[in-house]
Every structure is written in C-alpha cells, then in structure tokens.
Design a protein around this ligand. Sequence first.
Ligand code: PRX
Length: 655
Amino acid sequence: MATIESVLTETRVFQPSEAFVKQANVSGMEAYQALCREAEQDYQEFWARRAREYVSWHKPFTRVLDESNAPFFRWFDDGELNVSYNCLDRHLASRGEKTAIIFETDDGQVSRLTYRELYVEVCRFANGLKSLGVAKGDRVVIYMPMGPQAVIAMQACARIGAIHSVVFGGFSAKSLHERVIDAGAKVIVTADEGLRGGKAVRLKDAVDEALGLGGCDTVEKVVVLRRTGNAIAWNGARDVWWHALIEGQPESCEPVWVNAEDPLFILYTSGSTGKPKGVQHAAGGYLLGAILSMLWVFDYKDSDIYWCTADVGWITGHTYVAYGPLALGATILVFEGVPTHPHPGRFWELIQKHKVTTFYTAPTAIRSLIKLGADLPKQYDLSSLRLLGTVGEPINPEAWMWYHEVVGQSRCPIVDTWWQTETGSNMIAPLPGAIPTKPGSCTLPLPGIAADIVDEHGHAVPQGQGGFLVIKRPFPSQLRTLWGDPARFKKAYFPEDIAGGKYYLAGDSAHRDQDGYFWIMGRIDDVLNVSGHRLGTMEIESALVAHPLVAEAAVVGKPHEIKGEAIVAFVVLRGARPAGEEAKQIVAELREWVGKEIGPIAKPDEIRFGDNLPKTRSGKIMRRLLRAIAKGEEITQDVSTLENPAILDQLREVV
Ligand code: PRX
C-alpha cells in the first residue's frame, strides 16, 4: 500500500510546543513515563486508584481484576454504579447550567441543551421506556439519525440498566434485521427520517421492512422520533411516537444501580466471517477507559468545546460523543449532517461558529476535504482549535501534514489514535503534552496498555519487523465477550496458538521503529477499512451470492486515495460471463443489491466477471492473487497450482 511505503520513510518529528506542555494534563515525557512505571509496578492498583478517583460508585468495589476465568476477565466486579448517573447527575450541582450539547442540524439550525435539560430529557425518556416494560438487561436497538435524541436514548438505556445496541442509520433493513434478532431486542428506537446532506434517509421504512422479514418476535414496540415530519406507515399496535411516550413523564428517574460487569451495550462489528460480531462492553471498565482517554489523549479541560464527528452508530461515537465527554461534564458539538453540505467549507464553518477547541475526525474525511479545497480552512477563523485527532485508519503523512499546517496552523498537536470497537477506548496514541508526534504513527501505548508486536507463536519480533499487534495484559475497557457467542470470542481474540491464548489479538499488523513508536500496517484478517468503516469481505460476498444471478463471489480491497481502501468484487454468474452493456447493467444491479443487503457503504467500487475464480487444486480461492489483480500489479506469485490460469486475463478486465 502507498500509505505503508510512505510511512516507512517518514522521519519528521514534531515536539509539542512549550505552551501546550505547560498546560497539559500529562505534562512532559517524564510524566508519561512515570504513569507507565506506576502501571508496571502495581498493575491492579494503577487502575483501581483511577477507578476510585474518576468514577462515582454507588457501592465501591473491593476486587479489582478477576482473571480466574480468563479470557473472560472481570474488573471491579463487586462494585455498583450507573453510567448515566456518572454522565449527568453528578454534574448537576456544579455545572447544571453548563451547555452539554450544542446541536447543529443538516440545514444549519442550532439548539442547545444544558446538563440540567439533558438530565430531564434522559429521565423522561427512561421513564417512557420503563412504561413500555423495558427493564434491566433488556435490549433496545437504537437506529436513529445523529442528534441529541440518539444520545438521550443511549443514556436513558444506561439509566435503567437496559443494554443498547446502536445500529448505524446507514445500514440497510436486512442488516438491521440480523442485529435485532441476534440481540433479541424488546424495543427499537428510530425516527421517521434522518437528514443528511439535504437528503432524507427513510429510517422508519427500514424498521418496518426489517420487522416484515420475520423472526423478530422479541420486538414489542417501536418508538419513533418525529424528525422531518414526512409521512410514514404506522402500526398502531406497535408504534409509539417519541413525543407521546415522554409526555407527562416525571422529570427525574432513579438510576438503576448495576454491577460494574453488567453489559452497558452491544455494538456489532465486522469480523472474518459473514456474521457480524456483537461486541459486548461492561459498564465500569468501559466508563473508566472513556474518561481516562479523554483526560490523557484529548487533554480535556472544562473550558473545551469538544467535537468528535463520528456518528453514534460507531464505537467512536459511543465513547467520544455519548459517554466519555459527558462523564467529564464537557460541552460537545453534535452535527447531523455531512462535511460537504451545503458547501465544502461546512466543517471549518462549524469550528469557527461554535469555537471548537478539540476536533476529532477520520483520515478519510481529511483527505476528501483536502481534495475539495486545500485552502478553504484559511477562509475561516480556526484560532479556537487547540488539539486535533484522527481515528479509524492509518493516516498518510501528506494528509497529516496538511491537517497539522492548514487546519492546526502548526500550533495544535495531532493525536492519531489507534483502537477498535473491541478495545472500547484509545489504546495507542500520543499524550499530546508529552509525546512527540510523527506523521503516520499512532506513537506509544497509553499508560497501562501492554501493547506489543509478536510473530505467529506470540514471540516478540525484532524492532522494525512487522507482526501481529497484541495487548498482553487485560485492561478495563476491553470487550467482555461476543453477545451470545463466547466460543467465537475466545477463538477470535485469544487464539491458543499465540502465547497459549494469553494475549488479546487485535487483528492488525504493525511494526515499531527505533523509538518504540507503533506504525499500523493494516488488518491481518479479511476485514476491509473503507472510509474508516469496517466491513467484512465475507459479508459482502454473502450479500452478492444471495443475488439470483450470482454463483460465486470473492471480495478484496485495493488502495484508494480518499477512502483508504476500495471494494473490488470478482463475480461468477450462474449464466454466461456478461460483456459490454449487459455487464454494465449487471454491475449497477449488483451494487444496488449490496446496498440493500448491507448498506450503501458496502457497495463494491468495482465488479469484475470471470467464468471462474482462481483456486488452488484443493479448491481455496487465491485471495492474494485477486488482491494483486485488483491493484493491477504484475503477478509474481506462483500460479502453478492454479487450476485454470486462463481466467486471470478475464479478471483483469474492468467493466
Ligand atoms: O485496523 C484498525 C483500524 O480500524 C480498526 C478498528 O475498526 P473499528 O472497530 O471500526 O473502530 C474504528 C474506530 C476506533 C483497527 O483494527 N484503525 C483504527 N484506528 C486506527 C486504525 N488504523 C490505523 N491507525 C489508527 N489510528
């Protein structure tokens, strides 16, 4: 990949400015190293001390880490707390009138909620959910547009101990259906429509369609937020308006105290099989990870206006919109729309208008904004910014430099944060007042995070050599299991052949440079990263073969200038290999089909047809070969085991 090649030659180092270091929560390299040493000296006490300091416990814990049933680790497991209490109630006395959420809609309307107002909204909605029979441990699927109500719905679930499972509004009815069934949801919370870039997204229709597919017998009610007011179908026995549900509900709702290990949420993500994984997080450890990373990596201060651009449908939107900042009493900006609507300067305009201090976005957004107007940020006053962040995929040094110079005006440190749905919060990232940065590197692990790079047996690799990224010790914010599938959890994340199943295997490859800095190289499994969205090749393949015309399909990624990776599908039809106009038509049809099966983000960028796929004599699809073909590379690998070498020429042909 171009990214990897360019980062390998990257030698620039950026020291944090003296002014930044002076005011930083972790100030100077020595302070960082002292934290790391503290964690090494007494690992459990390191986390326990911070859990006591930053989390409000209803019943304090006496046990820190229970490893007796590894890898099903338990943290703080005799403690009781409520995450919503930590995000709302505990701020009321000191900052009840502080703005919690600044919300800007797609069409530019701005509204605000103070902590007290947010508290009231969460309580009313929590009471509403209770009136529908939702109780502790019940699952609630949230399929909503980005907005304060999505956060309110999440917080309301947390308040009553219900487990939410947010499904990104860009996923199709089919994807929603699969997740609703897997989670056994009792209630779905949605909206009539979402609004993005001036276009309506028919969310309620998708819910109706999902439920119409059958098998969702656990679902009793669908709560519908009126967002656009356009007409929708209505099932009087099942559907309830959000506004009707909260009408007359009391403005307070006693938090349900849960065990630290009780699940806070499930979030589905892609793995190497066709079935998404329900990543399950625990209330106590997750909250601690969110809080500490806000303080350490985002150098959070009470005066910040914090803007993480992620949708709450992704882990980034969970940890750095819905939970982390609120747990610290931050003012956050929530934006409904897209970076480019109604003009390509929208993000910069938002930063200027709301005096954003901390801006956290994905490399794919940065690259597309460069393309739309590399000089555009200069037309806006971005002097409020003090810290920039990126997440979700490797950032190429060119994009990093632009972000640094043009957006951050060479003043703001950049935190390139490596982490995953499974890790719950940042794992490897610079503490901006301590760790010098290098464009393209996520730098060093957070204090207490035992990240390392190992070979296939779990032995550390020499510096500079690539290997598997692992985390060698349990940490509070890690996933606890996969919902309903503990065996898959164990196999996917703690495989026996690597150090006897003792290490958390992240699924990424990485190498380390002479300063110990981590450089992420990409996934080691069949997972693609398209515009920072994680997609399984198998999921896309299953969607394609579900089409009546398709006999077989193989999906690979290829480097893409803006998206990071593009999706290339190699397809064998049941009938003859199509050509010309017919091929074009089938491509369009299959792309639409995948959009309906999974969601528009999964539509292949390219589809190529062959009479067959390249396979070994034992029948395995030669994916490495397909990746080379997709990239247009010379084939240097041994194709002697290939049963049908002639099809390679067919697969080189772009429709
Ligand atoms: O491959 C890594 C990439 O995104 C994967 C995790 O995806 P997801 O669970 O959807 O979470 C994304 C947001 C946390 C990782 O396995 N990734 C994430 N952050 C980075 C990254 N790759 C390189 N650099 C990063 N900063």
